[in-house]
Design a protein around this ligand. Structure first.
Ligand code: FE2
Length: 247
C-alpha cells in the first residue's frame, strides 16, 4: 500500500483502491447477478453496455473496474523517465517528440472537465465503430492517439487499444494534492508511469491488429472464392438452359 510513496500516499491508495475501486466491483456484481452478463468477460460487458454511446446501467461500474485495474498497472515504484525502443519511435513519429507527447498528455488530463480519464492509445481499427462520440473518427490508422474520456468511458469502447491511463477523478489526487490537478499529473508522468507496461501493451496491440488483419484477409479471400464458385454454377446453368432451347 505504500509502494508508490512519496508520490502517491498510502492514504490515497487505501481510499482509492480500498474503497472506490472496491465499491465498483461490489456494485457491478449486484447488477449482473442472474443476467446474461453474468460470467462474461469484463471487456465484453463494457462493449455491450457502452451500447454505442447510449450507455446501459452496468457500464459505469464495469468501465471503472477495468479502468482502475489498468491504472494501477500503469504505475510502478521508480517509474517515470523516458520510454525506449518501438514505443519511443512511435511517440516521436506521431507527436513529433517525447516532450511534445508529454505536453499533449498533460493538457488532455488537465482539461478533462469534471471526472474522467486521459489515455494514450493505439488506434488500429479500420472497423466501423458507428458511434457519433468517437473522438477521432478517421481512416488514419495504426498510430498513437491521446484521448480523454468522461466518467467511466475508456478507449475500448471505441475499439482502440489503451496503452496508458491517468485517473483524473478528484478521488485520485485530492488527499495528496487537494485541488492541484496539474501537480498530480506532473508527478504521475515524471515519477510513476511504468513505460515497461506501456511498451508491452503496445506489442500486444500490434499483434492483435496483425491477427485481425490476417482474419479479415482470410474472410475476403473466402468471399471471393465463394463468388467465383457461384459464377461457375451460373455459367453452367446458362449453358444448360441454352442447350435445352436448342433441343
Ligand atoms: Fe479512481
Amino acid at each position: 500500500m505504500n509502494a508508490l510513496e512519496p508520490h502517491m500516499s498510502q492514504e490515497t491508495l487505501e481510499y482509492h483502491w480500498g474503497k472506490h475501486h472496491r465499491a465498483y466491483v461490489e456494485n457491478l456484481n449486484k447488477q449482473i447477478v442472474g443476467t446474461e452478463l453474468d460470467g462474461m468477460s469484463l471487456e465484453d460487458i463494457i462493449i455491450i453496455s457502452y451500447n454505442k454511446g447510449d450507455i446501459l446501467p452496468t457500464f459505469n461500474n464495469a468501465g471503472q473496474i477495468w479502468n482502475h485495474e489498468f491504472f494501477w498497472e500503469s504505475m510502478q515504484p521508480g517509474g517515470g523517465g523516458k520510454p525506449d525502443g518501438d514505443l519511443l519511435e512511435l511517440i516521436e513519429r506521431d507527436f513529433g517528440s517525447f516532450e511534445k507527447f508529454v505536453e499533449e498528455f498533460k493538457s488532455a488530463a488537465a482539461t478533462q472537465f469534471g471526472s474522467g480519464w486521459a489515455w494514450l492509445a493505439y488506434k488500429a481499427n479500420r472497423l466501423e465503430v458507428g458511434n457519433a462520440v468517437n473522438p477521432r473518427p478517421s481512416n488514419d490508422d495504426k498510430r498513437l492517439v491521446i484521448v480523454k474520456s468522461p466518467n467511466a468511458v475508456n478507449p475500448l469502447a471505441w475499439d482502440y487499444s489503451p496503452l496508458l491511463a491517468i485517473d483524473v477523478w478528484e478521488h485520485a489526487y485530492y488527499l495528496d494534492f487537494q485541488n492541484h490537478r496539474p501537480d498530480y499529473i506532473l508527478l504521475f508522468i515524471e515519477k510513476l508511469v511504468s513505460w515497461e507496461a506501456v511498451s508491452s501493451r503496445l506489442e500486444i496491440a500490434k499483434a492483435r491488429d496483425a491477427e485481425r488483419e490476417g482474419e479479415e484477409e482470410r474472410k475476403k479471400r473466402a468471399e471471393e472464392e465463394k463468388m467465383a464458385d457461384s459464377k461457375g454454377v451460373e455459367m453452367y446453368l446458362d449453358n444448360d438452359t441454352d442447350n435445352s432451347e436448342v433441343e
